[in-house]
Every structure is written in structure tokens, then in C-alpha cells.
Design a protein around this ligand. Sequence first.
Ligand code: CTP
Ligand code: MG
Length: 485
Amino acid sequence: MDPLPDPALVVLVGAAGSGKSTWATRHYAAPEIVSSDALRAVVGSGPADLDASSEAFALLDQIVSGRTRRGLTTVIDTLGLDRDRRLRYLARARETGLPAVAVVFAIEDRLCRQRNSARDRPVPAPVLTTQLKAARATLDLVAEEGWDRVVVVDQGVAEVTIATPASTRPEPAAPGAGPELILQLSRFPWGEDPQGWLTAIARRADEIGLAGIALMDHLIQIPQVGRAWDPIPEPWVTLGALAGLGTRLRLGTLVSPVTFRPAGVTAKAAATLDVLSGGRAFLGLGAGWWDREHAAFGLPFPPAGDRLDRLESTIETCRALWYSGTKAYVGERVSLPETTCYPRPAGALPIIVGGTGQRRTLQIAARRADGCNLPSADSERLDQLLSVLRRHCAEVGRDPATLSVTVLDLPVVGVDRADVARRVERLRGRTSAAAFAARHHAGTADTHRRRYADLADRGVSTVFLAPADLTGPDDLDRLAPLVPR
Ligand code: CTP
Ligand code: MG
């Protein structure tokens, strides 16, 4: 069965003793379940205090309204047989954009009666008979009411799996499918031992089968990632340290702003890394965006148009200096009296352009780069950027298959659903849990594996993986199941 959507509004429907509460606690965390019985016990003398019903339902409605407004999974554990109520919950799901799931408990009457009579306060037999009849009739009604999913639980506890919004494909990814994964390091909580921390991360990344390590290139830690006084090392020096560890990891920046270094110096650094690492280097380039770090380090921060010109000329300079021979170079934007640059890169050194500027950045990628890096947070936006990129390729007469597409992905990966929820709550800052979970595709390894397989289907060759909660090598073990085998 396809996994149930998550977050979602889930409405349980079934006679007393049909197993609703048992099913709910089996599949959802306690705060996600809103139960009229439990609320009767809060405002009344106990779960069976029918005098407390109207207050219990008023509370229930308030809780449902609060949770759904925040986009949080809400499981409504009531009899669910009152059609008007049920349709109100369905309408609430529509209003808040949550998928609506009805779970109907259609167990045998005999079993239900048996369970009922075994309880402390059994429901009177005639009442149960009415409920059982109503439950049967409701099964047909529910099918017509427009729920996004109807689950029928016949005997006992139906085994369902609960997805996260990221799982667009129900079937598990075929083994071996999926893009290569490169770890993007953006935080460096290395304590007193920077080299030891980096070495341990790199060795573990290599062991679990990640294809490489990419470093951010910033002069001050960016606010999206950490605090300004958190360490953020110079990437080419750091990559040099990683190059000597004897791993198979590909190494590069994602991305180096072209405003930081003269183009030729970037070409030199990347070529040197390629040689020292035996041909494992890549060079990510972007136009730069953060004025503050430029000002702080005394670097000019020209207007966007100039920075994009510089992106083009940097790529041109790199290609000219990396090309064999030492002849003078006269190109489109760059002229050099000679191209004496030794060591040459060990092999073809890929240049990946990062950025989402649809008019120029993607055009520059289409014209000059080996790869183009796009954000993966929103899949509709990704599709749109991909189509713009293909259009630019068509305009410059480039086969889009020769331009690799990479994405930067910031997943929250938990070992199970509860662990995912805990991580989201810890990491979300002031962002709402639902929005944070959606942006970071919060889910278990399974969810991410399916999503990556889906990205591969759309033509993504590499995922740069930047988990929000990477503090040391042990955190990488959670990523191991994502690696295509
Ligand atoms: N039960 C069971 N096996 C299941 C499901 C339930 O033995 N697969 C038992 C439970 O342990 C409980 C009784 O059946 O003693 C009723 O289950 P419960 O989940 O409480 O049923 P509800 O539908 O929630 O009943 P009510 O409407 O009264 O809350
Ligand atoms: Mg119950």
C-alpha cells in the first residue's frame, strides 16, 4: 500500500471497540492524536463521561483548528460516524491545504462485540449494534465524500506506512538507481582539533560511499548556516589538506564567488588541487551575493551585471590557462599574452556554475559550464529552472545532455518518524515546523532515497548533500542508506 501522506488530517471512523485508538497510537505520536474520549477525561470525570461531551468536542475543534492552521498532522479519534462533523473536518483539511485521509474500521461485528464486552465500561449492546450498522453504511459514504485517501482496516491493525511530503514515488527506488552524492560541508564544529575533525569526516564519507566533499567558499559564516563567529575555513587550503588523505573523494568548492580572487589565481588553485588529488578536483563558481563579507575583507562588490561578466571571464580564463601549451590567448572577454600555467590539471576539471538567475546565470552555465547547480527545496521551482536551462541550451545550440545538472539539498534525515519530528523541532529556529520540514524534505532515509531517484529521473546527476545537523563523523552514518549501491 502507498504510504499515507504526512502531514495530513486523518479522521478515524468506526464503532466503539473497533480498534481506532489502538491503531492511532500505533502509527502516530501522542500529541498528534486528538481524542474525544481523552478530552472527556480532561473536562469530565473520565473517557465515558457523556455529560462532558459538548465541552470535549469544543476543545477538540479548537485543537484541530490550531494544529491544522500550523500544517501539523492531526488524527481525529472520535466515532467519526456523524456525517456533518466528518465533512467539517474534510473542509478544514481543504482550507489548510492538508491531504485528507479517512480510516474506516470495518471489523467483524462478532469481534467488535467481543472486544467491547471485555472492557471496563462496555457500550450497551443495542448502542453498539446501531454503531456497527452506521459504520458499515459510512464505508460507502466515505468513498463518495472526496477524501484524498480512504484506508479500510478490517481485522486488527492495518499495517500502513506514513510518508513525508517528499515521497512523490510510492515504490522503493531500484538498487543502484539515484544520483551520486557529494557531501557539502558548511559548518565546522571542530572544537580544538580542526585537522582531526576534517580527517574523520572525510574518511567516514569515503567509507559510506559518498562521492566527494564540497566546501562553501565564504569569508564569514553566512547567517543561513550559523553565527558570524563560527569558523569557516579558506576552502582551497582546506581541500589541500583533504587531498592528501588517500580517499577516493572528489573535492571542490560549491561555490567560489568570482569576486574573491583574480580569475587566474582561482585557476591556479583548482589546477593545483587537481594535481595533488590525482584528478579529483572540481570548481564551483558563482557571481557572489553577500556584500558584508566583501566589505569586511576589503574586497570590491560591484553591481550584479559586472559580477556576472566576471563569472563569464573567470570561466574563460580558467579554460585558457588549463589548456595545453603556452600560446597567447585572445578570446571573447579575455586576452592573455601567454597561458603559462603549470601544473596543468591532471584531467578534465569540471566547472559547475551555481545560481538561479534565469536570464544570465543559467545562460552562462549553458554556454560555458560543465555543470549547473540548482536548489532542490521546491520541486516545482526546480522543474521551472530546468526548463529555462534547457531553453538556454537550445538557444546556444548545446546538447543539454552534455551539461550536468546538480542540486544542493539540505535534508533532515531521521531514523524514524519520531526522530524526524525531534530533529525538525530542534533545528527549525523561528520557522514553523511544517514549513521547515517541507523545505528540508524532513523524512527517513527511505523518503530521501525515493526523492533522489525521482531527481535522477529528472536528469539530476549529482546531489550536493548538506545535512543541517552534521556535527561529526557519526552523523554521516544516517546518510549511508541514501548512497546508491
Ligand atoms: N484491540 C485488540 N486488537 C486490536 C485492536 C484493538 O485487541 N487490533 C482491543 C484493544 O486492546 C481494546 C479494544 O480492542 O481493548 C478496543 O480497542 P480501541 O482501540 O480502544 O477501540 P476504539 O475504536 O478506540 O474504541 P472507542 O470508540 O470505544 O474508543
Ligand atoms: Mg478509542
